[in-house]
Each structure stands twice: as C-alpha cells, then as structure tokens.
Design a protein around this ligand. Structure first.
Ligand code: HEM
Length: 496
C-alpha cells in the first residue's frame, strides 16, 4: 500500500503482514508516543495485516466519536466477541433487529433506579462475603492483595448480577456455595488469562484451558441453572427473557452470559486492586479516605459497634465521597490502557478539530488511545505519580477542569470509552469499588508487607482495558475492633 494524497503518514515496517505488530506489542504507549513525535497527531500503522489510523489529538476525539455514519463500532466489537465467547452472530440479518432490544437493556438497567438497586445489592453481598471472612478469626492474616480483591469483588459482583442459589439447605448451602464460587472464580481467571492471545487472533480451540474454563462457566450459566437462583438482577433477567424470545440454543444463551460476566468483572477486579493498593501505599490518601469513611458512617443511624448490623450507604452518601472518587479516578488514570476502535464503512474525509482534513480508506481502523492523554505531562504534571487528590478542588468538590495548550479538555479521563462504545456499567463500577474500599478499610486493619517496593502494570494486556499488576503483593490484615476508629498508618499500629 502506498500513501495517497490527503492520507495520513504511513508506517508499514519491513515485515510482511506483521508490519509493526512486534514494536507496538512490546510497549504500545511508548510506540505511539514515538510515532506522535515523528508524525504529529495523525498517522497510519500497519499492524498484523490491518491498517490502523491513530488520532492522538484529544480535541479531535469528538470528531471520531460522533462519526457514527462512516465509522462503525458494532461490526468490530461483535466480530471480536463472537470469536472469543462463541455466541451467535448478532450482526446477522436474522438477529440484528432483536439484538438492538438486548443492547438497549444496558442503559435501562444500569442507570437510574435500577442502578441504585444494583448498588444496594452489591453492598449487601460485599458484607455477606466479608462476614464469612471474619469467621476465620481476629488475628493477623496474610494473603496477596490481588487474591484478596479478586476473591471478595468477584463473589459479591457475581451474586449481585446472577443472584444466589435458592434451594440448598442453609448449612450445606454455605459449604457448597463456597466451593461453587471458588471454582467459578478459578474458571473466570483461567479464561481471562488467555484474553491477550484471543484478542491477538489465536483461535480459542488452540487455548485448551481457556476453552474448557469458558465452557465450564457457560454450563453454570445455562438458563435451567439460573432459573434456580434468587434475586437475579434486572439486567440478567431481562437478557434471559430476550434471548429466550430469540430462540437461541441453550449453550448459545449461556455463552452470552459468560460475555456479560467478563464485561462486569475483567476491568473491575484490577481497578479495585489498584484503588486499594495506591491507597495503602500513600499515608495521605489513607488518612483522607479514612476521614471520609468515618464521616459518612458516623452519619448512619445504625449502631456501628454492633457487628451484626449491616452498614447501609444511601445514594447521597456515596455521591458525597469525593475523596474515594478521586482515588478511584487516579487509579483508573494510571492503570487504564484501552483502545477505542471504529471501522471505516466507506472512503471518507475526516475533519479534525484543527480543521485539518484526513482521507480515510474503507475498511481501515480508526483508533483512539486514551492513555496518551492520561500520561500527558501537560495535562497531568508528574503523570506516573499517584496523587490521590488530583481530581479534587480545594473545597473538596470533584475537579473536572484539565487543560492542554491553554484549552480546557472535554475528554481528560476516558477509562470507560466514549460515544457508541462507552461502558454502560461505568456508574455501577465506580459505586462498587467505592463500597469495596469503604468496607475493606472499615472492617480491617490493612497493610502492605512491603509498601516501598514498586509494582508495574502488566503491559501484555495493553489495549484490553485496565492493566492488572505484573505480580501479586503481600497484604497483612486483621478484623478491626468494632466501634474504634480505623488505624491510620503503620506507625500507629506498631506503637499499639
Ligand atoms: C472499572 C471497571 C470498568 C471499566 C474500566 C470498563 C471499561 C469499558 C470499556 C473501555 C468499554 C468499551 C470497550 C470498547 O470500546 O470496545 C466497556 C464496555 C462495556 N462494559 Fe465496561 N468497564 C468496567 C466495568 C463494567 C461493569 C461493572 C459492567 C456491567 C455491570 C460493564 C459492562 C460493559 C458492557 C456491557 C460493555 C459493552 C457495551 C456495548 O457493547 O455497547 N463494564 N467497558
């Protein structure tokens, strides 16, 4: 392929088909920053046989996101999802109309009153999981922070979306439910581990463990099994009804639920990890978070020194927790590495914010890479540093004015995508991480065994969302005495 007049600068690399895939794959952010320095804000790269045009100027993001007519999101996303999860092709003429209804369920069940219901249900489920933990005793325990976070968040999130097993007698039920969820989280993590390979195009039939794990999850999520569960969320119940009306086969329906399970957990688990990790590493962040949690919980009417009493948090209380909001936003900024992809439906000319016009060819991918903004020192001074109050104004309100070249940015933090592909679960995700931080810091004294050791994100998952840590780190925790104020930092605890 040769660059035509009006087209962006083209980099093809010297390797046939592969193009620049290896350079890009080694360090996507560094690669794109180099390209940006060399070519400016728009350039096309050949990567694994595809031509990807990157638009790196944040002021031009809206031009891409609003190009619904020429740039398609569904075609790419659905093809990918069908290949990885093995569900039906919902773009096919037979199913595409009915799938529009399924898609509209996201907005109807993840916003407004259903969001409040889901958030309350998550709060209850987190406390159920934590109360099982408390039965292990009151001494110090050790566990990897990632394992701790995954275990608690996965189980509570799973129960919130897919409900609880109904018919088991109570005592046996606890044991059975425990082994069921342990197997489910293992299968989930096994499947998720193969995601970078699957995203790179390796067929799932070649990733045998991932295929087995996916099918095991699907067999747990068949409608016959789900119908035996109580308190299924409106999101899953309405999807079940819609897929029943579409007359998909039972395994096909179950695989769509695996897809939903993945969407609801794969980014949330690492985001919850980083939020807690950075809080525990920064005495100032921990102090501010604990003050906020104390303030909000002291407002509650429940007696906080009674361990049998469930903690409740109203929508207003959650919304008032701007320190936790800022901690979560900062953790997302540092760990998010998603890529937003649209496919050009036809040859067309894209007008950028500067007025510059760029010719785009049919079939090319147009890509936005938000990490370029998240790590831009002009927008975020010392971008690799965790600053818990980066998203707080001096008066404690949320900060939303960030600037580049003297202009205020509309898109300054994009971990949830934007436009047609914006994550419909974003409000729930932030609420559940806030609840997790509140409960974990309230229920436990927590400390990292080695808070000074640095921890890098695992870049092998760049492009797929929130990067997990490259390794787990050891956490020490013990159930906190009820009624007391949570310990602030390690020194205080040592003095005790
Ligand atoms: C911190 C947590 C989360 C992050 C960072 C995140 C991020 C994202 C991103 C970037 C996308 C767009 C992907 C693309 O452009 O191809 C997306 C899509 C999606 N997310 Fe999330 N997500 C999170 C949590 C959740 C949760 C908790 C749910 C559901 C309960 C959820 C449900 C979905 C769904 C269903 C889609 C696909 C939407 C569509 O097809 O239009 N996400 N998410």
């Amino acid at each position: 392929r040769k660059r035509k007049p009006g087209e962006p600068p083209l980099e093809t690399g010297w390797m046939p088909f592969i193009g620049l895939a290896l350079d890009y794959g080694r360090n996507p952010l560094g690669f794109l920053q180099d390209m940006q320095r060399k070519h400016g804000n728009v350039f096309t790269c050949k990567i694994a046989g595809k031509y990807l045009t990157f638009i790196t100027d944040p002021f031009s993001f809206s031009s891409v996101v609003r190009q619904g007519k020429n740039l398609d999101f569904q075609k790419f996303a659905m093809g990918f999802s069908q290949r990885v999860f093995g569900h039906a092709d919902f773009n096919s003429p037979m199913l595409s109309e009915s799938y529009k209804e399924v898609h509209s369920i996201f907005r109807q069940t993840l916003q407004g009153p259903p969001l409040q219901q889901l958030t309350q249900s998550m709060l209850g489920n987190l406390q159920t999981v934590l109360s099982q933990d408390s039965q292990r005793g009151h001494g110090w325990q050790e566990e990897g922070l990632q394992s701790f976070t995954n275990r608690i968040m996965f189980e509570a999130g799973f129960l919130t979306l897919f409900g609880q097993e109904a018919e088991l007698p109570k005592l046996r039920g606890v044991a059975k439910a425990g082994s069921f969820i342990r197997k489910t989280v293992r299968d989930f993590l096994m499947f998720d581990k193969a995601f970078p390979a699957l995203a790179a195009g390796v067929p799932i039939s070649l990733c045998l463990s991932a295929w087995r794990a996916r099918e095991a999850l699907a067999s747990e999520l068949k409608h016959s099994g789900l119908q035996r569960r109580n308190c299924i969320s409106a999101l899953i119940q309405r999807r079940m009804d819609a897929f029943d009306r579409m007359r998909l086969d039972e395994t096909g329906k179950a695989r769509t639920h695996v897809c939903m399970l993945w969407a609801s957990q794969a980014n949330t688990l690492p985001a919850a990890f980083w939020s807690l990790y950075y809080t525990l590493r920064s005495p100032a962040a921990l102090d501010a978070a604990l003050s906020e949690i104390n303030r909000v919980l002291q407002e509650s009417e429940e007696p906080l020194d009674d361990p049998s009493q469930l903690i409740s948090l109203t929508r207003e209380q959650l919304e008032s927790m701007t320190v936790l909001d800022s901690i979560i936003a900062e953790a997302l900024r540092l760990s998010s590495a998603s890529i937003m992809i649209r496919v050009a439906n036809e040859d067309f000319v894209l007008t950028l914010d500067s007025g510059e016009q760029v010719a785009i060819r049919k079939g090319d991918y147009i890509c936005l890479y938000p990490q370029l903004i998240h790590m831009d020192p002009e927008v975020y001074p010392n971008p690799t540093e965790f600053q818990f109050d980066r998203y707080l104004e001096a008066d404690g309100k949320k900060k939303s004015s960030f600037f580049k070249a003297g202009r205020r940015l509309r898109h300054f933090l994009i971990p949830f995508g934007s436009g047609a592909s914006e994550c419909p679960g974003r409000f729930f995700a932030v609420n559940e991480i806030k609840e997790f931080l509140t409960l974990a810091l309230w229920h436990y004294d927590l400390e990292l065994s080695n808070p000074d050791a640095t921890l890098a994100p695992d870049c092998a998952r760049a492009g797929l969302g929130i990067l997990p840590p490259s390794r787990d780190v050891l956490l020490r925790y013990r159930v906190r005495e009820r009624g007391g104020t949570p310990c602030r930092h390690k020194e205080e605890k040592r003095e005790e």
